[in-house]
Design a protein around this ligand. Structure first.
Ligand SMILES: O=C(O)CCC(=O)C(=O)O
Length: 335
């Protein structure tokens, strides 16, 4: 099946001031009408190298309860490693279309992996202004190099280096999140897959859009993951729903953006919130982002941790295998 990529639609729309009607969002979603422009509190920024562990843990816990999202600075990933991840990803998307199609997600595949464009329209019958590439970067036993571009030649090295540093950031976050609820430091990581936690990288490519007031990059959603760790490029576009207002995430050079995902909300019985977020697009510039979704292995059953439920706090979520949770969410079925 021939799939129309948004990057190709965008290059045809360059000199136009309109977009295909499939991309025009209903008014209740249009960024121009729904982005909050008043004074807003800023998404918390946390120094991950703060030697005062108690202070750091309480900031991480507060941000995860109140926002479900925060940015981290001084996270230990060298800026050259992040720049290389970005450079090789950008070079992939600049390849001719037929070269990118070599990595296309096979139509019958049950995995998310591969180059693609969301095929199904969302519930409003609308499309998103974005293409993507998905592939796992950890653990080695779950990597399928079929979906890692050979071009540019340094793609593999750039992604492997990033994965190595990212694992340390992930461990630190799991630990701080656990300590922030009075649990042992290893509790959340163990409950969500331990050393089998899967790191699913996605590159989002949002080309310039002639009508950024009417379209969305990604419609409002929460992540399936436990935690998502995201590198953005310098073009703003990520928005978070806070107190019923859509507010912009400020671009902080070299910061990582952390989202609390559904599996942490479930494991903590709702104490930490999975964040509702969406993305807008730019009229002239290409926005890109590199989220890594930390996911439990498919067969792992995730439910509220026994330490976090009791007579006053009964379980709010069903325990279920991650693969079944994903299936229901992706197919819009009740959990
Ligand atoms: O591009 C972004 O900043 C957010 C990406 C995102 O929410 C997603 O890929 O699920």
């Amino acid at each position: 099946m021939e799939v129309e990529r948004v990057q190709a639609i965008a290059s045809l729309s360059l000199s136009s001031d309109s977009i295909p009607s499939d991309f025009i969002r209903p008014e209740k979603e249009q960024p121009a009408l729904t982005t909050f422009r008043g004074p807003v509190p800023e998404i918390p920024t946390i120094d991950l190298s703060d030697p005062n562990e108690g202070n750091r843990v309480s900031l991480v816990a507060k941000a995860s309860r109140d926002w479900g999202m925060f940015q981290v600075v001084n996270h230990g990933i060298p800026s050259e490693v992040i720049s290389k991840l970005q450079r090789v990803g950008k070079e992939f998307f600049q390849l001719p279309q037929e070269e990118k199609e070599v990595y296309a997600k096979p139509p019958d595949s049950k995995s998310m992996e591969g180059y693609g464009t969301r095929l199904q329209k969302d519930t409003e019958g609308k499309k998103s202004w974005v293409d993507h590439l998905f592939h796992r970067i950890w653990p080695p036993s779950r990597i399928n190099y079929q979906f890692w571009p050979n071009n540019p030649p340094s793609y593999r090295e750039g992604n492997e280096e990033y994965a190595k540093y990212l694992r340390e950031v992930a461990d630190k976050l799991f630990r701080d999140l656990s300590l922030g609820l009075g649990l042992e430091g290893h509790a959340l990581k163990e409950a969500l897959g331990g050393d089998e936690v899967e790191y699913m990288l996605k590159i989002n490519y949002y080309p310039p859009c002639p009508r950024p007031d009417l379209a969305l990059g990604l419609v409002a959603h929460t992540d399936l993951s436990s935690i998502t760790i995201l590198v953005p490029n310098e073009v703003p576009g990520l928005q978070v729903l806070k107190d019923d207002h859509w507010i912009d995430a400020k671009h902080i050079p070299n910061a990582l953006i952390i989202h609390i995902g559904d599996q942490i909300e479930i494991a903590t019985n709702g104490k930490y919130k999975s964040v509702l977020h969406r993305t807008t697009v730019d009229k002239e510039k290409t926005r890109m982002s590199w989220p890594v979704f930390l996911e439990p292995p498919p067969e792992l059953v995730v439910g509220p941790l026994p330490q976090l439920v009791g007579p006053q706090d009964p379980p709010k979520y069903k325990a279920k295998k991650f693969k079944d949770y994903s299936y229901c969410k992706l197919n819009k079925l009740p959990q």
